[in-house]
Ligand binder design. Structure first.
Ligand SMILES: [Zn+2]
Length: 554
């Protein structure tokens, strides 16, 4: 069997061998033993969890020639034919490449014919959600009056894309991600049978990376066999590292070229494929750092990249706007620092935030926030004097501990404050905003990261503070009552009065009265966009630090 992929070689041949889907195998086996055979099944769930394998087991079990309790026996002519992939009555179709009505019509014409050797003709429709609407309609007609000798098994990762009319005709089974210990056990058994020695920690890392997709875990083990019969944790890390590095490079290209959506896709796909968000964050920072140094001309003595890769990096550095590059380094550094404290409920969220934050041109970037609002990375610390002299000047001169002093610069309307409040004005809230972010951070770093994507106070009505957020996808994250409470508490604490928070999508925001002035122009001078001089200083600093710089707190 040399040369055969391990996941094919160890594909379960009996229900008992299926890993991690016990409720499904039990239900199916019981039904089959009692002769309760349905004409349509829906196997839904994440990739690599055994759906297609289950469909084949079903085909074997309903057609096996052995006694009912022994099915599938893997010894009769039918079982053997299916195991060898040559039973004519088992028809497997990839709906992704046979999406149209013609294919389904073809099925409709042929279902009428009796099976050639087995009891049942079994149609397995892989990626069933890919069928076109006319194809679904044609399929529905078949499912409404199925010939007694036909069974359909619809297999899909996206059941919500399948019409309800079809689903209602099927017995549905939802596959779950295979639990970690089950994957580890399975890998250990395969390794043993293959005569491989694998460190337990290596097995566990493989299992973790597969994120519940047993097939992926076995494929990864397969890749590692090229290292020989003994596999260490380090080798697994190396193999996985190269994958993450490739993604990090692609992400840097998205950042350079302004492709936010593609970047978000990349992050999500990488994590779906089992990448560790912390490692991905670190790799992204590494790539960005190399780009920063190349941009400053220190590539010649800094790196020994292969010629092809060096050319690629040079081109990337060239088209990467320096402001965005610096912002991206800060944003990903903050995200990685946050990830080190533990994975949030949505593990990709900090990286998504960092990506979006990298593109902001208004609002407080990480550099300009007061030293505690973000965990200050070395680059921010070193550049602090230069940066704060840029932005601190106006605010330091006017911030007198709660009294708004810059009203002369504001619209005259501010002179009519709501009676409900002790003279809280928009400019006061705006100036206190960095402190508010800091106070939010103390309550919950993730909430602060969400706010730091460019959310800003735009209006004050009595004790209600209106804050806009720039992206529709933040609606859900900010809508969380817990988060709202954290922000509200931080506002109340910093402004020393009880505040109420109203969050509005920036594009949907219209000032509720003429009383408040739109803040946008002022924020651009006030809110900390970096000027060229500052950028130059940061870049020079980074260049001086050269190779020994590390942006990661150890
Ligand atoms: Zn059999």
């Amino acid at each position: 069997m040399a040369g055969q992929a391990l996941y094919l070689k160890y594909r379960p041949r009996t229900f008992e061998e299926v890993v991690g889907q016990e409720p499904i195998t039990r239900t199916l086996q019981n039904a089959l033993r009692q002769g309760r055979i349905r004409h349509a099944y829906l196997f839904a769930g994440p990739r690599g969890t055994g759906k297609t394998t289950m469909a084949r087991l079903l085909a074997k079990a309903v057609n096996c020639l052995a006694d009912e309790e022994k099915r599938p026996c893997n010894a009769c002519s039918i079982c053997i034919a299916i195991n060898e992939g040559r039973l004519l009555d088992l028809i497997e179709m990839d709906a992704a490449s046979n999406r149209g009505i013609d294919e389904i019509r073809d099925i409709r014409e042929k279902v009428g014919f009796r099976p050639s050797e087995a009891r049942f003709k079994v149609y397995v429709l892989d990626e069933a959600h890919m069928l076109t609407e006319p194809a679904f309609n044609a399929l529905l007609k078949t499912l409404e009056e199925p010939p007694p000798h036909v069974i359909f098994a619809l297999v899909t990762t996206d059941p919500h894309k399948i019409p309800a009319t079809i689903i209602s005709r099927c017995q549905r089974f939802d596959f779950r991600r295979v639990p970690l210990p089950a994957i580890v056990n399975r890998l250990a058994a395969i390794a043993q049978q293959e005569g491989m020695k694998v460190e337990p920690a290596a097995l566990e890392l493989i299992a973790r990376q597969s994120a519940g997709a047993l097939r992926d875990a076995i494929s990864l083990l397969d890749q590692l066999t090229s290292y020989g019969d003994e596999i260490t944790l380090e080798q697994v890390q190396n193999v996985l590292g190269t994958v993450t590095t490739a993604v990090a490079g692609q992400l840097a290209a998205c950042l350079a070229d302004g492709q936010i959506a593609a970047g978000l896709d990349l992050i999500n796909r990488a994590l779906d494929d089992g990448a560790d968000p912390r490692q991905l964050g670190r790799e992204v920072i590494e790539v960005l750092r190399v780009l920063l140094l190349i941009k400053q001309g220190s590539a010649a003595h800094g790196f020994a990249l292969p010629a092809e890769q060096a050319a690629e990096m040079n081109a990337l550095a060239e088209r990467f706007p320096i402001e965005r590059l610096l912002r991206a380094i800060h944003a990903f550094n903050a995200a990685t620092t946050e990830l080190r404290r533990g994975l949030p409920v949505i593990p990709q969220l900090p990286l998504e935030m960092a990506l979006v934050e990298s593109f902001l041109t208004i609002g407080p970037p990480a550099v300009t926030a007061p030293s505690g609002a973000r965990e200050a990375p070395p680059i921010a610390t070193a550049s602090q004097p230069a940066v704060s002299s840029q932005i601190a000047e106006p605010s330091a001169a006017t911030w007198t501990g709660g009294q708004p002093v810059r009203e002369s610069e504001r619209a005259p309307s501010i002179s009519t404050p709501s009676p409900a409040l002790q003279a809280l004005s928009l400019s006061e809230v705006e100036r206190a905003w960095p402190q508010v972010l800091q106070a939010v951070r103390q309550r919950n770093p993730t909430t602060q990261a969400v706010l730091n994507t460019g959310c800003q106070p735009v209006e004050v009505n009595g004790n209600e503070i209106v804050v806009t957020f720039p992206f529709p996808f933040l609606r859900e994250k900010l809508g969380d009552p817990q988060r709202c409470m954290e922000i509200q508490e931080a506002l109340s604490e910093v402004l020393r009065t009880r505040c109420r928070l109203r969050l509005v999508l920036a594009t949907e925001y219209t000032p509720s009265s003429a009383v408040s002035s739109p803040p946008s122009e002022e924020r651009e001078t006030d809110g900390g966009t970096l000027n060229d001089q500052t950028l130059g200083e940061i870049a020079r600093w980074a260049q001086q630090r050269g190779g020994e710089t590390t942006f990661l707190p150890s």
